[in-house]
Design a protein around this ligand. Sequence first.
Ligand code: GUN
Length: 281
Amino acid sequence: MQLIDGKKLSQKVQESVSIEVEELKVEKNIVPGLAVLLIGDDPASHAYVKMKAKACEKVGFYSITHNMPDTISQDEIIATIEMMNSNPRIDGILVQLPLPKHIDTEKILEVINPEKDVDGFHAYNVGRLVTGLEGFVACTPLGVMKMFKEYNIDLEGKDVCVVGASNIVGKPMASLLLNANATVTVTHIFTKDLKSHTSKADIIVVGVGVPKLIKEDMVKEGAIVIDIGINRIEDGSLVGDVDFENVSSKCSFITPVPGGVGPMTIAMLLSNTLKAAKGRK
Ligand code: GUN
């Protein structure tokens, strides 16, 4: 069994982003800029945004966070996004999800200029991904693809089971895998027999937010297991969606939690923002 070290790989990505930022400054006088919209007071969202801002600072980006109360109207959020769309110092716009219930998330995401959509959530970029065209891709699944590449994991013809069908993780993950010529099964909350799918898979990618959902008897010997889940359990510790203790010995590769996919999300956000800055018009 080999551990896939997301922390180490994310540092490697961040170092290469830093170098490119320096070159972009010297050659084109461009400092990549990221605007983050944070609405409401969800503690997890605040923690994520803080980490994102810190990572931006570390690689030499310009970044601003717009903190808004959850009583804010949809029109006010839209007006802020439009301001960021026309701000020449801003290359990437990120609206931290989830949004308060009275806000129509899809409507908000559609306001972001697709060229500044570094989260890859705009329907334009989602459509390009599904079609196999170049565009911005959601950071977490993109980070998983980076891990496959770094560890020379070939996807062509592999049976991959994606557990979870969210817009942020499962759906873009399935599209990326399909584009890489894998045979992809997507399971979700209405799937009748999860085990019948996971136990046949060469690779399992799970991101549902259910602690230790994937048990030993659901995984084939020698399988590759990618755990996107991050859950805090009663004793205060962080666990993934995989029962790591009992599953890991069966795997050829597995990601730990924490230190697996988590750090890759921020690394790919930096990478996407750099890409947007390079395309600055
Ligand atoms: N909420 C959970 N994950 C993400 C993410 O990758 N981007 C944004 N904007 N919100 C999230």
